[in-house]
Design a protein around this ligand. Structure first.
Ligand SMILES: Cc1ncc(COP(=O)(O)O)c(C=O)c1O
Length: 464
């Protein structure tokens, strides 16, 4: 089917949204004075302007125009207990009240406790903390290259590992190119970086075998997300996880799981440990930070040793690594999730399943085929993530980024941009087609999501 052009629909929605949110529109005009595009994280700066938030609690945020917005973005999927959970905020308030929290630059016993906890829940032997997922995957790449003495990094097309050099290849789908997932995504990077990255297809064991057979001796690491996030919320299969482990070992490459999204999302620990495929290194951030900027590289002691004295890999962590307030939030969150694993995960898995079904039905009722990914796979048992795709052909399974991100296969503009704006008019916030269910969401919220999708579908239908 031909690609659709949504310019007229987007213009109509944008005009309605300006009337719906005049305060946020006015703030955007002020924001443009000094902030590039009005903010500091591209994805947050939806067009024509983002809602400006004044407060947030649980499943909801409130904006400058007084809308109470049901949020499925939840802090870039970090807020598994919802916004500002008392479990964390009360501990932080007590700490600040008693004079601790901002004494950055020293070490303490809290980071020992946090490290012990993270390692015990992920099967890692050593960990070093840093302050963002991008830094974590960059350091994991340094470590892999330093340890193996090799240059090349293999990754998955559609995989996002943050804005670090080796992660900025093969992220977006370029429909105009024969190598749709193989381009360097940023100006300013040395060309050599792109030459050092090999891009393979997610869940494609045959391609992985072929690329390892051809390039195995030069691959320092194979890094991928066991649950592909920005590529379309797609869980790795059991076969792919096992093949990745076996081929990496066979060819002397390190296996790196980027668990920035998946860590503590599907169980109180790593996918790796749950599933029994142990990577050499893994990266964590988002949920394990408890809402604060915490990230970690964790893994084999002999590899992590390269980050230490005499190891030669400059993994400094940064000024704010192991920031005391961040460590407190991180430790508190992980301890809470461990203690409540049996109740939190089944509950959010169940709600997400209802959300997927509700959204698909709401669009179907208007004659629009919507498919929600994020379902469990044979490797990942419990998923609280959901992402809507609009395949041109209803028979499309929507199970690979070559489908979900290809505008000739799925209506990507409809799921990325149109849906977001149409749902904002109903005071529902989604990102990447939907988002993550938190423990603060309720059955009523899922009903509200379904109603909002029904209204959005009614707005969209006449333009298709
Ligand atoms: C899988 C994955 N890795 C790495 C990153 C980068 O993390 P950060 O945004 O904390 O730098 C992200 C961010 O969304 C991510 O989803």
């Amino acid at each position: 089917m031909k690609r659709r052009n949504h310019a007229a629909l987007l213009a109509r929605l944008a005009a309605e949204y300006e009337r719906h949110s005049p305060r946020s529109a006015a703030i955007q005009r002020d924001a443009l004075r000094h902030l590039v595009d009005g903010g500091s994280h591209t994805i947050r700066l939806l067009q024509p302007f983002p809602p400006r938030i004044t407060s947030a609690k649980g499943a909801y945020v409130t904006d400058e125009d007084g809308h109470r917005i049901l949020d499925f973005w939840q802090g870039h999927y970090a807020n598994i207990l919802g916004h500002n959970p008392p479990v964390v905020t009360e501990v932080l308030a007590r700490a600040f009240g008693s004079g601790t929290g901002l004494q950055t630059g020293f070490t303490d016993s809290l980071q020992v406790r946090t490290a012990d906890l993270l390692c015990s829940r992920t099967g890692a032997e050593r960990v070093r903390f840093t302050s963002s997922g991008s830094l974590a995957t960059m350091y994991a790449t340094f470590l892999s290259r330093g340890f193996t003495g090799r240059e090349t990094v293999m990754k998955v097309g559609g995989g996002w590992h943050g804005a670090q050099p080796w992660g900025l290849v093969g992220v977006d789908f370029h429909a105009e190119s024969a190598h749709s997932f193989e381009q360097q995504e940023s100006k300013g990077l040395p060309h050599a970086v792109a030459e050092q990255v090999i891009v393979t297809r997610f869940n494609d064991v045959a391609m992985l075998e072929k690329l390892f057979a051809e390039n195995g001796a030069r691959i320092a690491c194979f890094i991928f997300e066991p649950f592909l996030g920005s590529g379309g919320f797609l869980p790795a299969t059991r076969e792919f996880l096992h093949a990745a482990r076996e081929l990496s070992t066979k060819h002397g490459a390190l296996l790196v799981f980027d668990e920035v999204i998946s860590g503590f999302r599907f169980c109180a620990g790593s996918i790796a440990r749950r599933f029994g495929v142990q990577p050499d290194l893994a990266t964590y951030a988002k949920i394990m930070g408890g809402g604060m900027p915490v990230a970690a590289v964790a893994g084999r002691a002999d590899v992590m040793k390269f980050a230490g004295r005499g190891g030669g890999v400059k993994f400094s962590g940064g000024t704010y690594s192991c920031h005391p307030a961040s460590m407190l939030a991180s430790c508190t969150m992980m301890e809470h999730l461990v203690a409540h694993e049996a109740s939190v995960y089944p509950m959010i898995t169940d709600l997400a399943a209802k959300a997927r079904q509700t959204v698909e039905s709401a669009f179907q009722a208007e004659g629009i085929t919507a498919r929600c990914s994020g379902r469990n796979s044979n490797a990942i048992p419990a998923s609280s993530m959901a992402c809507v795709h609009f395949p041109h052909d209803p028979a499309t399974p929507c199970d690979s980024p070559d489908q979900t991100r290809n505008p000739d296969v799925c209506d990507v503009e409809l799921s990325d941009s149109v849906l977001q704006l149409a749902l904002l008019l109903e005071d529902v916030f989604v990102m990447h087609g939907l988002g993550a269910v938190s423990a603060a969401h309720t059955e009523e919220d899922i009903i509200r999501l379904g109603e909002a999708c029904g209204k959005a579908a009614k707005r969209i239908r006449p333009f298709l």
